[in-house]
Design a protein around this ligand. Sequence first.
Ligand code: SF4
Length: 473
Amino acid sequence: MIREIVISEKNFEYDLYGLAKAFYPKDEIKISVGDGGITVPHSVPRPEAKNEVKRALYEKLCKETGRTLPWGTLSGIRPVKIARRLVEEGETAEKIKAVMKDVYMVSDEKASLAALIAKKEADILYVRDGGLIRPGSYSLYIGIPFCPTTCLYCSFPSYAISAYEEKGRVELYLNALIKEIKATADLMAGRPLTTVYFGGGTPTSLSPAELDRLLSAVEKHFPLKNIHEYTVEAGRPDSITPDKLRVLREHNVDRISINPQTMKDETLRLIGRHTRSYDIERAYAEAKEAGFPVINMDIILGLPGENLSDVEQTLSAIEKMAPDNLTVHSLAIKRSSRLNIEWDSYRDYLMENSEAHMDMAYRYAGNMKMEPYYLYRQQNMAGNLENVGFSAAGKEGLYNISIIEEAEDIVALGAGSACKRIIYGSEMNVFNRPKAVKVERCENVKDVDVYIDRIDEMIERKRELYSAPDHLA
Ligand code: SF4
C-alpha cells in the first residue's frame, strides 16, 4: 500500500520518511509538497523546526494507528546521543527525561533508560579510573571478513572462508592487512591507544597459526601496554577451538564474544548456522576454561519462527551459562541480506519483537545482575525497538561505548571497515573535555580481492584523514 504525507515545502523529507516507516514498515511512503498537510515553521531555528514537523507527523500517525512508538519521534540510530549531550552540559537526570519526553515524545520508560545509559557512558568515558579516553586517544578496529557460512540476516562484509582458503587468498588478505597495520601504526605513532577490537566477519574463522601471525603483527606495531580492553569476536561457535582460544589468551585478549543468537536448534538451522545449542555451551565452557576475564553473548529477538517462549528458552540457557555481557539485538531486515533477497520464502514466518520480548530480556539481564550500558538502533528493526548491551558492573564493553558514542577516533583496518575522525570545537564540556562538532569518515572497499589489489590506496586514505587537524580552525 502507498501512504502519502503532504508537507508545505520540500524540507525534512528524510526524517519524515523514517518516522512514517516506523509506523508502516511494509508500506511504500510517498512525501509530496502541497496544502492541507504538515506546515514547516519559519519562526524558529532549523533544528526546532525539524522537531516540530516530526511531532506533527507523529501525533497524526498515533491518532491514525492508535499506537505510540517507544522512542517517539526519534528515527536516528543513536537515541542516547541527545541525552549524553545534556549530561555533558551538566543537566540533571530529571531534566534529561523531561526533554526526551516533551521534545521527542519518548515513552517514560525509554526516557529513563536513555538518561541512565548517558550518565553511565559519561562516567566511563570521563570519570571512572581517570576516564577511558585521553587527549588524542583512539581505538583500533581490525576486520576479518570471513565466516564459516553466511547467516540468513547478514549484511556485514563477510564471505564463506572455504572459498578463499582454496587459492591461498586468506594468506594474501593477511599480507595486505599486515601491511595496513604497519603503515597505520606509523601514522598513529605517539598517540595513546584505548581499546583494540577484532570484528568482521568472524576472526576465529582463521586458523590458530593465522591468528598468531596477525596478533603478533598488532603486538609488534601498536602500543598495547596500556590499553583498557582487547576484544576478539568469536561469534560463531563452530569457529572456536581450544587451540585458537589459547592463542588469543597468549596475546592477552581479555574479552571474547560468543554469539548464540538463539538457543533453539531449529532456528539455528533456519538461519544458516551449522551449530546446535550444545556447540554453543561447549564453546562457552572452553572459553571459561581458557580464562577470558569478560565473555559477551549476543542474541537476536524477532528471528523467523520464534515466539516469546522460544526467546525465554534462549535467555534461560544463557542465564545458566552466566556470561559477563549480554547484547540483545532486534532483527533488522537489511537490503543486502539473504532474508531480504529471498523474502518470499520467509514472509510467512512469525518475525516478532515486541515490548514483551524486550521486557523479558531486561528481566533476565537483571537476574544476571547486569545493567544496560550502551544502546543503538537500526533502520527496519523488528518492533522499532533497540539494540542494547547489558553488563555486570565494571565489565562493560568499552569499545562499544567508544564507537557508538563517537567519543574518540576509530582507526579501522581490513576490507569493509570504516574509520572515524572526530573534529572538536573550542568549547569544553562539564568534564573539561573539548566538545566534538563533527565526524569525518573514510572507508575501505568491501571486496576482499579489490582490498588486496588496492591496499596502498586504502593506506593513503587513512593518511589523508588522520593528518588533517582535529580542531576547527
Ligand atoms: S556470523 Fe555475523 S558476520 Fe558472519 S555471516 Fe553471520 S551475521 Fe554475518
